[in-house]
Design a protein. Sequence first.
Length: 252
Amino acid sequence: MLEIKNIHKSFAKTKVLQGLDVSVNERDVVALIGPSGSGKTTLLRCINFLERADSGKLSIDGLQVDFSHVKAGEIQNVRQKTAMVFQNYALFLNKNAGENVMEGLLVSKKKSKDEARAIAEEMLEKVGLHGRFDSKPFELSGGQQQRVGIARALALNPKVILFDEPTSALDPEIVNEILEVIRFVAKSGVTMIIVTHEMQFAYDVATKVIFIDNGFLVEEGKPKDIFDKPKEERTKQFLSRFNLGRDSQYYI
């Protein structure tokens, strides 16, 4: 459903992505793990063309593009098939929760205002924000703002949702609430790629885990294979810091 071949990205002389190949099947929940600065977020941003990769190829839902000479229309077509949930929420502060969810439906999907509102109300209810349509971002907690971000992504009905460390800006007490919302979304069959430092969540919820370090794909596989019996020494070294429970909290 989504495939990336030999993607490269540099910032000035710093190589951030160095020839990664990534394959995602429909309904997959792919967890991207690795140390800070390893290229995980850059990979997500290149998929959605928030960053321009230097080279490589992307295939998503039958659409194929070459990163090295992609056209504006192709970028728009890719963005129609993806949605992004940001670590800092990225809400419009002058719009209420419902209007934030409606924005993409009105501008990108060309929905009528009534149709967009109905979808926004449904999505807000789905993420546990029933009755908060008219709330401005400053009236919402960080966890509630992130729920709005997830509702906004769901409303677009994308082929894949890209989550960029969705809990990193939250108080520790709120993290599990957002992970539960993401678990609920995963259970509904939405294809997702999640950059996360929540190893227990990745172990319990992901269908595939990809370990990235220094811009390279070091190892990938099913969560039990990666966490319980990693093959690569670098993977073992990275995961040795985490003490995971084997009784799942988040089974899908």
